[in-house]
Design a protein around this ligand. Sequence first.
Ligand code: ZN
Length: 695
Amino acid sequence: MRNLDLKQATITLLLMCVLTLVVMACSQESSDPGSVPGKAPETARPAKPVQPSILLITLDTTRADRLGIETDQADTPNLETLAGRGVYFNQAYSVTPTTLPSHASMLTGLYPADHHVRENGRVIDKQIELLQALLQGRGYTTAAFVSGFPLAGQFGLSRGFDHYDDAFVGDAAERPATATTDLALDWLLGKASPLFMWVHYFDPHEPYEPPEPFLSRYPRDPYLGEIAYMDQQLGRLVMAFEEHNQGRPWKIIVVGDHGEGLGDHGETLHGNLLYQGTMRVPLIVAGSGIEAGNSERAVSVRQVFDTVLDWSGESRAGGLFGDESGPVLAEALKPYMQYGWQPQFMAVLDGIKVISSGDTEIYDVRNDPGESNNLDSQIEPDAVLWDAIEAYSIRALAVQTEKQQALSQEALDKLASLGYVGVSGGSKIRDDAPNPRDMVHLFHDMDIGAGLFIRQDYAAAIPVFTRILEADPYNFMATLRLAVAYSVTDNEDQAQKLFDRARAIDSSSIDLRHYQAMHYLKNKQWDLAQPLFESVLTESPDRIPALAGLAQVYTRQGELKKALSQLEKIVKIKESPGLEWARMGQLRMTLHDTKGAIRAFEAARKMLEDQFTFNLELGILYMADRRFNEAATSLDRVSSQHPAYAMALFKRAQTSVLLSEGDRNNRVRKAWLQADETTRPLIENERLFRDIPFR
Ligand SMILES: [Zn+2]
C-alpha cells in the first residue's frame, strides 16, 4: 500500500463531498413531489448536505499484527479488501486495554480520565454526551448490536440508540459473530437513511473456541481461527450495508478496542500492561469519498467520535482526517487500582512511544514493534510527550473515588466468566509499589485467585492468595480476599490477622469496611457490624449486600422499622428482589401491619413463583384480613414437608368451617390426626370446631 499525504487526502475528500452534495441536492430537487416540473423555485434553497449512513464495527481483543493486512499467517480477506479500498491506520492505539472504557472513549471522544469509566462493570455518567445521541439529534436512526457482557446496556452505552441489542442467549456472557450479524442484518431491512449502526464482535476474546471449519484450520492457534471467523461474518455485514446504501453516501469504520498479550512481555491476556500487543489496534476507514491509502500517523480510538460527527455534518478538527496533532495517550490502571502497583501511562508521537510506570521506557515502535530495545538512556524524546503524560496522569489520579455501582451477583458472575473480576481496591500508590512489568509472574495467580473468589470457591482460593502474598506482601486485593476466604471457612484467627493487615495497607478502603462488616455479621457481632455497614452505605448508598447486611443487623437489634427501610431501598434497585419482599412481609407481620405484610408477600410470591415458601404466613394474614377464599388457596399450597404443616392444617380447617365448605368435618379431623404439640391444644379449645366430631 502506498503512503498517502493526509492533508492532500482531506482536500480531495472535501472536493468530492462538495461534488457529491451538488449532485445529490440536484437529484433530490428533481424528485421532490412538491416542486413544479419545468419551473425553477423562486428562492434557491441552501443545498442540504446529504448525510452518509455510517457503520461502526468494533473488534474485541484484536491485535493489529494478527490480521492478513500485516501477516501472512492470518486469513482475513474481508478486512484486507476493506483496507485496500479505504485508509488503513497502522499506528492506531487503544486508550486503555479494557473493553468498556475503550468503547466509552470511542463514543465520547474522551480519554478514560475524562469520562471516568476506568474498568468494566462501571456505568458511564448520564451527563456525558454520547456520539449516538448527538447523531439522533442530527436526524440519524441509531442501532447497536453488541456481543459481550462488558457492553451490556446496563453500563450506559445504550443511551441514544433507538435499538440496542444486547440480548445474549440464556445466561451466556457473549454471543458469536453469526448471531450478532444475523440480528444486525434483520434490523437493517427497510430502514430509512441516514443510519448509524454499531456492531461489536467479541469472538477473539478468550476462551479461543472458533467454530468449524476455523478450528481445524488453526489447530495450534485458535486465536487466529476466531479472527478468521469474525472476518467472515464482518464480510456479510459490510456487503449488506453497502447494498442497503446503494445510490447514497456511506462510510464504514472498523476499529479494535484493544489487543491481546499472547505472551509478549509476559502478558497472556490484556488489561495489565501497555505494550503494543494490547495497545496497537486495527483501524480501517472506507466509504464514499475516501481515497485508498495508508497512514502512519499515530491516532487514538477516541478519534472515532470526532470522525463520525464530522461525517454527519458537524465540522470537527479532532477526527482521523482532521488537523489536530499531538501525542496519543493511554493508561493501564488496573494494577494500580486493584493491587496498589505503579500507575502506567503512555504517549506516542511520530513513532516514538514513552511508557511511564514509576520509571521510563522509550521505544521506536515503527522499527522495534516488539519493544525489545528500551532507548531510555539513548534518546531524549520531544518534551511534548512528557508534558502530555504529566498533565494526563494528574487528571487520571485526581479522580479518587468513583461512584460504586450496584452490580447484581448475576452481573458479577457474567463479568467473572469473561475473566473480569475487578472490585475496587486501594487506589493509592504503595510506598513499595512495584512496576507492573516486573510482576508478570503473578498475573496468572491473580486471575485464577480472583476467579475462584468470585465463584465463592474460598477453600481453593486460599493457597493461591497465600502464594501471591509471599511474592507481594502488601498486595491489598490479595490480603483482603484472603481475609474473606478465611472468614467464610471459619478460620477466625487468620481472618482477623489479615483484616488487620489490610487495614494497615489501606484503612480508607470501602471494600475493607464492607468485608469486615460481613465478617462481624457472620460472627453475630451486630454492634461491631452496624457502624461499618452504615459507613459503607454513606459512601455507596446502592450497595445491595451492605443494605441486606444492615437490614439483618437491625432486625437482630430489634430495630424492625430501620430494617424495613433498608429492604425498601433494595427492592427499588435490585432485579427481581423476591426474597427481600418476603423478608419485608415477615417484618411487617411482626409489626402487626396485616395489609402491608400481605402486599409484600404477594409481591414475593409473584417473583419467586414455585420457590415461594411463605404460603402459611400469607394464609394466616388473609384470615386476619377476613379474605377466607384467598386464605384457603394459600394454605392449600403449604407443602406437607413444611415444618409447621400441622399449623397449616389447623388454619385450613378453621377456614373451611368459616367458609362452610362441604368437607369441613374431614379437614378438622385431618388437622386433629396430624396435630403436633402446638396445634393439639388449639384444636381442642377451638370454638369453631365445637359441633364437629373430630376425635
Ligand atoms: Zn475488549
